[in-house]
Design a protein around this ligand. Sequence first.
Ligand code: GLN
Length: 488
Amino acid sequence: MAAPLHYQTIAELSARLQSGEITSVQLVQAVLERTRAVEERVHAFNSRDETDVLAQAAASDARRAAGKALGPLDGIPIGLKDVIAVDGQPLTASSKILANFVSPYDATVTTKLKAAGALCWGRLNLDEFAMGSSTENSANGPSRNPWDLERVPGGSSGGSAAALAAGEAIATLGSDTGGSIRQPAALCNLVGLKPTYGLVSRYGLIAYASSLDQIGPFTRTVEDAALVLQAIAGYDECDSTSFKVEIPDYRAELSKRKGPWRLGIAKEYFGEGLDPEVAKAVQAAIDHYRGIGCEIVEVSLPHTKYAIGAYYIIATAECSSNLARFDGIRYGHRSSATRDAVDIYSQSRAEGFGDEVKRRIILGTYVLSSGYYDAYYLRAQKVRTLIRNDFLKAYETVDALLTPTSPTPAFRIGEKAADPLSMYLSDIYTIGVNLAGLPGVSIPCGFTQAGLPIGLQIIGKPFEEAEMLAIARSYEQAHDWTTRLPQL
Ligand code: GLN
């Protein structure tokens, strides 16, 4: 039996739209109905505009009726994390400081989605300014994991993951600075893709740590990830770190690349802190690849143990600079209890930012301050180079690496909130990928006894998304994890 419309894939729905079996308005109505039924429990959205998405759907149907359909995304509602600008829509980063801000322009990914006919649907919850791993740092309260409403959906793109897992969108976009797409995807039984740094434009993404941030899709299947990536990838002169590379036909490449591959297992990614049920599921995935003829090679990424330290210096340093613009003058919230200019800055920021954002601005300002810059920031940058070199060395012998995405399945809301260090440790397998600028994808690879999803991370070579996705799909097609749905 086919899944209800709100749980189908882009590939399935675009075929139905094309054949005339359904219209985009019907699809959107199904998604809206589902959203009304579950959103109170899931809390994936910061805001949403039903009238607007229905108007976009009607325009898509009219285009199709005129024989001018735009491609596989035409008529598909895609949710956007509330750090990606959509002209005329709220843009809050789940922060009080931007509570009333309305975006005056489209991000490049938004422009590209619109050009592909996709419908921009809702503003999805996140940890404030994307700082966190659980969405508990949102000024609007946490999103909940559709697989267990007492647990977090992961973060920072937790709203993007929760919405998709709950059937409130057909795909979503998130941003990934240290794991914010891959970790929530793992915790919610979804495919989450973080592209190579520079493949997708950051123009119109609220910056957290600019040298690490990338936008990428959450989808139900690898094929859908290829379809969304196709629409959003490519050089953009508005982003000075955008790369000029040729963009392949990602979906077509999926069936052309058949392996067998040489896949690396890094022992540093299977150590202390890894939940035994996660370890077992990932091991079973490794055995699957061995069984289909892949060569499994043990590799070493010896600087892994320094990744969290280096990340939390570089990310906080960059965020302290990026967030300086939120000063009560140029953007957002301005305190009313102010006497002079200095007061406006400090009071507006004190009232507007949450605890985690303040903690990071303070840390970042410290590591950049004179006398400490060399000891912390400069040294972290050197460690970053060593981490990247570890990966590049491994890629001399393997095509991709297999790792767990997150050391544990979804944890309880509140469980780690009072302990920032244990929260930071949940990024241990994802942040190296950002420091090295590599592509990574998390795909479903099983469930715990308690029914919580587990993710497998595949890390590819720079700009080799096509190969990485083909490796992911070969596993996906031999298993039925992606078709399992949460009971909501
Ligand atoms: N959890 C990490 C952090 O808090 C990563 C977040 C992200 O990727 N945006 O920085």
